[in-house]
Design a protein around this ligand. Structure first.
Ligand code: NAD
Ligand code: WQD
Length: 344
């Protein structure tokens, strides 16, 4: 099947950010082909997307590390652009098993780039991360802020993958790339049909908060209140996943409509507003009228005290800005958790 309208390959499209972006792309009029190996997702994510958009989507259960299987997808579909989400993302696991991360996150991306080159599919959006800034002392961080040494093998895969993409854009006439550096994605689609599916005990703050509110976890630990920040807890830039998905649509349009100023570009995708851990927890309680028992624990190793984005470049060049406020985001996160747990 080739695509009639402008078509996009979404790798890792059954995942948290991939599902929301797939919905946003379809709503913007694109045809989408999703590949995912369900290593951190399952078929319910694809059903959720299909319910929201009201039709079947093209899906292939493919491991992007399997070049031959991925090649068949390139042969079958006539997309010009790829949005590459497929990767592992658990920081702690990457410290315990670095090869798993270097293997999956780098081999899959190099397969994508290699096949784009072979089949002359020019555009790629790459899921990078604020983690590439490491323990930065320039706040807010701009795209020009120097990347500090990676604080985990996961972070290193993002730094290396950015460099691989930059070098490919320089070397190969037919490859154009944008790296989007996401800050802290949170929330869920307002329909509560798609959202994050953390496996086991969540590492990230908001899934731990929603599971505690749902009674799945007894008590949230706040990791440190002795940082040099206004209330002593860490500051982060929490970006609504629906706004983040829209940033991909904006970046894709820039590529397709020849709006790029360089063959390789980087944009921060955040809100530009620092929010402390305590503020996030208290805002969740207030937005949803539910209780979240919490206690203050010791600092978590590897946490940076504060990081938030300067979003001026994305706002100007992508013509994108956030639309959802923190209350809406926290209500959507709770609606998704209730959907997962069958809570009324
Ligand atoms: P996710 O785990 O929910 O989604 C990733 C998807 O990719 C999953 O469905 C998984 O099954 C799939 N996948 C992994 N390896 C694959 C492979 N080899 N072949 C095919 N499919 C594969 O994660 P997410 O939160 O949606 O993250 C998407 C991307 O954004 C990742 O690259 C991640 O590193 C990056 N990112 C995430 C965050 C965050 O906090 N969620 C922040 C910054 C960057
Ligand atoms: C946020 C804040 C914790 C859990 C991670 C990755 C990063 C990116 C986004 C992919 C911190 C505190 C957390 C808890 C807590 N992912 N916290 N109790 O660490 O900013 O970023 O996800 O690229 O690479 O490192 O996000 O949600 O884990 O933590 O107090 O149970 O919440 O200490 O200050 P983080 P997070």
């Amino acid at each position: 099947m080739s695509c009639n309208r402008e078509c996009v390959l979404v790798s890792g499209g059954a995942g948290y950010i991939g599902t929301h972006t797939t919905v946003a792309l379809i709503e913007a009029g694109y045809d989408v082909v999703v590949v995912d190996n369900f290593s951190n997702s399952d078929a319910s994510a694809i059903s959720g997307v299909e319910k929201i958009v009201g039709r079947k989507i093209a899906f292939h259960q493919v491991d992007t590390c399997d070049r031959d299987a991925l090649k068949r997808v390139f042969e079958q579909h006539g997309f010009n652009s790829v949005i590459h989400f497929a990767a592992f993302k658990a920081v702690g696991e990457s410290v315990a098993d670095p090869l798993k991360y270097y293997q999956n996150n780098l081999v899959s991306f190099m397969n994508i780039l290699d096949l784009m080159k072979e089949y002359q599919r020019p555009n790629v959006l790459f899921s990078s991360s604020a983690t590439v800034y490491g323990d930065t002392d320039t706040l807010p961080v701009t795209e020009e802020s120097p990347r500090q040494p990676a604080m985990s093998p996961y972070g290193n895969t993002k730094q290396i993958a950015e460099d691989v993409l930059r070098d490919c854009c320089r070397a190969y006439d037919a490859i154009y790339g944008i790296a989007l550096r996401y800050f802290n994605p949170i929330g869920a689609h307002p329909s509560a049909l798609i959202g994050e599916l953390p496996r086991g005990v969540p590492n990230n703050l908001l899934p731990y908060v929603t599971q505690t509110a749902a009674g799945v976890r007894q008590c949230l630990s706040i990791f440190g209140n002795d940082y040099d920040t206004p209330d002593g807890t860490c500051l982060r830039d929490y970006i609504d996943v629906v706004d983040l998905a829209r940033a991909h649509v904006a970046a894709l349009a820039r590529m397709l409509h020849h709006g790029m100023k360089d063959k390789y570009e980087i944009f921060n995708v955040g809100t530009g507003n620092p929010v402390s851990v305590l503020e996030l927890v208290n805002s969740f309680i207030e937005a949803n009228g539910v209780d979240v028992p919490f206690k203050i624990s010791g600092r978590r190793q590897g946490d940076v005290p504060a990081v938030w984005a300067d979003t001026a470049l994305a706002n100007k060049e992508l013509g994108w800005k956030t639309e959802r406020n923190l209350t809406q985001t926290l209500r959507a996160a709770w609606a998704w958790e209730k959907h997962l747990r069958n809570i009324d």
